[in-house]
Design a protein around this ligand. Sequence first.
Ligand code: ADP
Ligand code: MG
Length: 240
Amino acid sequence: MIEFQNVSKWFGALQVLRDVNATVAKGTTTVLCGPSGSGKSTLIRTVNRLEPIQKGQITLAGRDIYAKDVDVNVLRSGIGFVFQQFNLFPHLSVVENVMLPLLRIRERSRAQARPVAMQMLERVGLADKANSLPADISGGQSQRVAIARSLILKPEVLVLDEPTSALDPEMVGEVLKLLRELSADGITMMCVTHEMGFAREVADRIWFLRNGTLTFDAEPAQFFSDEAHQDVRNFLSAVR
Ligand code: ADP
Ligand code: MG
């Protein structure tokens, strides 16, 4: 579904991605981990061209995302993005937040969009909060709403950047449970997270980035074994 070939990126003189080569297979979940500043956010943001690359190639479903005929808005609407901060519009109700991409990007009427958004809220277990304002729901619920919104256009890929890092500890579980279900449903997912229990249980592949280099790319069994790269073992003993 996604292929990175020799992907390199610089911010000015600072190289933040170094010849990244990796593949995300359709229907799989990939967890990205690594120390702060290693390039995880930058790497996932290259997929929808939020961060341009200076070298290499990224293909999505076989198409170079920089091909001349690729419309960046179409590209972006095919990739659901979820951030640490939920970025819900505070003046809109929960269901209106979820409907928004259908109104703005698909130009659907409110009457068409609302039932689709309600279905998505049912999927994330929040139909009963449809008419609440973001300020009146919890952080965990807000992130589930943000996930519902990111799925409303039926993206080919769901990309999440530390989706539970801004949450109080007691709310992490409900978000991870939803992600586990989405993964089991077969959505293609790339998730930056430090939740190693989640990675072990849910990921098909775990990528480890250090200083812009993908130093390890393995199945969980290998990632958590003694054979893992020394970098990975050091990292795991620090996060545990
Ligand atoms: P991570 O998500 O793994 O913590 P990032 O991808 O955010 O790492 O950052 C990788 C490196 O790029 C860091 O050194 C960071 O300071 C730098 N960086 C990130 N965004 C910018 C930017 N917009 N301008 C300059 N440097 C940046
Ligand atoms: Mg980051």
